[in-house]
Design a protein around this ligand. Sequence first.
Ligand SMILES: C[S@@+](CC[C@H](N)C(=O)[O-])C[C@H]1O[C@@H](n2cnc3c(N)ncnc32)[C@H](O)[C@@H]1O
Length: 281
Amino acid sequence: MFFRKKNKSQEKKINKLYKQEFNSIGLEDLLHYVKLETGIDLFLKKSIIETRLKLFCKDKEIYSFSDLLGLVKCKNDLKQEIINLLTVNETYFFREERQLQEAVNFAISRDKSVSILCAPCASGEEVYSLSMMLSEQTDLSNKFTITGVDINSEAITKAKRGLYTKRSLHKLNENVKNRYFTYKDDMYQIKSEHFLHVNFRKVNIFEDSFTSIGSFDIIFSRNMFIYFDNTTRLIAMQRFSKLLKRDGRLLLGHADIVPQNEWLTKVGFGSSAYYSHPRTN
Ligand SMILES: C[S@@+](CC[C@H](N)C(=O)[O-])C[C@H]1O[C@@H](n2cnc3c(N)ncnc32)[C@H](O)[C@@H]1O
């Protein structure tokens, strides 16, 4: 899902669709609310988001952003719909494979059962990729659990279902496809018997419940920090530090830049880079 630029014909279409005139007042307040609740900073994409939200309002017969905000604050279903509309869930199997392999090597070196968190997991491809790679290691095949969480409820439903298009699998070779998927009607269905150690939950990382989700040897948080500003990134780092075991590792995406902070320190660079608790000696 990518944001497209608003053009004149889209604007005309929106105006035509409204019998009652739409009042754009309240957009800033709505974006502030989304940022406060999810961490996602949409101010730089304001005009694109405005078009998308106007079409959403038209569908629901809501005539201003202020009305929308009022409704979102008291209706959880509507709030979830807005979150689903505004989050970018782009992902695919074996994305940044070298980094996944680094995590598998670290898991092997632990010589014990390994717990992994993918936050966010979007529609599950990262979780299933890690699970496939870990299962191929005979020493580890039964000694790991992977929890995938995401704020987008549609993405989590898709992750649990495990049904994917060819596009999501473009990096997989035929052997891997045959071993882990069933092909039918141009779609690939995960063979669930291979993925007994994975689970998915709809969770916002800024919710209270997130910090009691467990304690992890490895945390992946790839391609989410890019949607946050620096203040929110630091809050997220503090929250992740509470879930990471003392000798565990947090792995971010290559584009996820985080300011220096007291909770987790960067070690190494490139695909081998990770964050860990600062040494106390
Ligand atoms: C681009 S996807 C990244 C998926 C995967 N980690 C990858 O790199 O391929 C970004 C995801 O972050 C999720 N997200 C954004 N804010 C979140 C939050 N506060 N809590 C949980 N998930 C969030 C979005 O719903 C979206 O699915």
